[in-house]
Design a binder for this molecule. Structure first.
Ligand SMILES: Cc1ncc(COP(=O)(O)O)c(C=O)c1O
Length: 391
């Protein structure tokens, strides 16, 4: 532990790390270098949705690593083509661009939205409306898009052309949606913002407004996508389709991959040379993601996620009777937030000592984003531990 922790001197101190060294994972279980075992209710922040080292994904990675790891996007590969085909089949979209992370997928979406209007001969439309408390990434454009000041501190001048709007406020959105706006970009459920959902009627009204004004609608499903919320993509819960959607996190179950999906109409913004990436969609990551998508998109898998999400939410809600410090339980599927009336960080530290990995966001919210393969028994054990910790 100490020899590893001593690397604090040679790794940037951008993360407030908990002093534990993980060495192994299987399903929803992680082991540290002292042989302690933990149940993971974070999944690498909504990444390892099939659990750690899922056998089918591990096999796909091993097979592909022994076959072909990388060629340039100047050529075709079978895994990339198959993954694109399946993503299109399972979504509203007609076309996919592969990137390496959520921020990069969002960069691609931002670039596409702007270029779409340049191609249409309407270069004055370049602004993108995003929501207060949103999170879209850490690159210069995506942090400029993000609706949280703390993410932007010290990085000015920011990328121009982003305006923020309070979530679930249609009047405010209408007031901003003038003919300089090319897109509205939003999360259906804000993950980093505290597990906060859009109102279903509001989302429908946003779609209508975008249609009326010719504005593109971008859903950032980096955190909510890939079954996390109990449907393959969270927007299915609201019965509203975007023009552009971004994915990352669980798409590779831990291998770095991002994707930007769009309708044929919106995709017209890009042509040869408009965008590119050396690593985006390598055979290795797309072969793994293909396996992930096949498993997660199965209707039985998604139903099981919904059922376990309801189970987790009901169990956490039952704690409210004895613990007035719990102010709210919210979320969909297996993305659940518990808002406390005080600091949630202390509970995370205590839970770790009891063998549970949790996460605190926005100071007061405990976020539960376990692998979707979590069992009811593992949920029961967590709820019993929380009952004691919340005393
Ligand atoms: C909604 C959303 N968008 C974008 C990102 C950025 O993804 P990445 O860290 O892979 O760049 C995140 C990461 O938490 C996210 O939750």
């Amino acid at each position: 532990m100490d020899t590893i922790k001593n690397t604090d001197t040679c790794i940037f101190n951008t993360y407030a790390r908990i002093p534990v060294v993980f060495v192994k994972g299987e399903g929803a279980t992680l082991w540290d270098d002292q042989g302690n075992r933990y149940t993971d209710f974070l999944a690498g922040i909504a990444v390892a949705s099939l659990g750690h080292c899922h056998p089918a994904v591990t096999k796909a990675i091993a097979d592909q690593a022994a076959t072909l790891v990388h060629v340039s996007n100047l050529y075709y590969t079978e895994p990339q083509a198959e993954l694109a085909r399946l993503l299109v089949e399972k979504s509203f979209a007609d076309k996919v661009f592969f990137a390496n992370s959520g921020a990069e997928a969002n960069e691609a979406a931002i670039k596409l939205a702007r270029r779409y209007f340049k191609e249409k001969g309407d270069p004055g439309r370049f602004k993108i409306i995003t929501m207060a408390q949103s999170f879209h990434g850490r690159t210069m454009a995506t942090l400029s898009a993000t609706g949280q000041d703390k993410i932007k501190e010290g990085f000015s001048p920011l990328v121009e052309g982003f305006v923020h709007c309070p979530l679930n406020n249609m009047e405010a959105l209408k007031a901003l949606a003038d003919d300089t706006v090319c897109a509205v970009m939003m999360e259906c459920i804000q993950g980093e913002g505290g597990v906060v959902s859009v109102d279903p009627d509001y989302l429908k009204a946003v779609r209508q407004l975008c249609d009326d004004k010719g504005i593109l609608l971008i859903f950032d499903e980096v955190q909510t996508g890939m079954g996390r919320c109990g449907t393959l993509f969270a927007h299915e819960l609201f019965d509203v389709k975007p023009d552009i959607m971004t994915l990352a996190k669980a798409l590779g179950n831990g291998l770095p991959i991002g994707a930007m999906l769009a309708t044929d109409g919106a995709a017209k913004g890009f042509s040869f040379g408009s965008h590119g990436s050396t690593f985006g969609g390598t055979p290795l990551v797309t072969r793994a993601a293909l396996e992930v998508l096949k498993i997660i998109s199965h209707p039985d898998f998604l139903k099981d996620t919904r059922d376990k999400g309801t189970y987790l939410k009901d169990k956490l809600t039952s704690l409210m009777a004895n613990h007035p410090s719990i102010k709210a339980i919210r979320g969909k599927g297996l993305l659940v937030g518990m808002e406390l009336d005080g600091d949630a960080g202390g509970i995370v530290t205590q839970a770790m000592k009891k063998g549970f990995i949790l996460n605190a966001i926005q100071g007061k919210v405990l976020r539960f984003a376990p692998p979707l393969v979590i069992t009811r028994e593992e949920i029961d054990a967590l709820v019993t531990a929380l009952d004691g910790l919340l005393e």
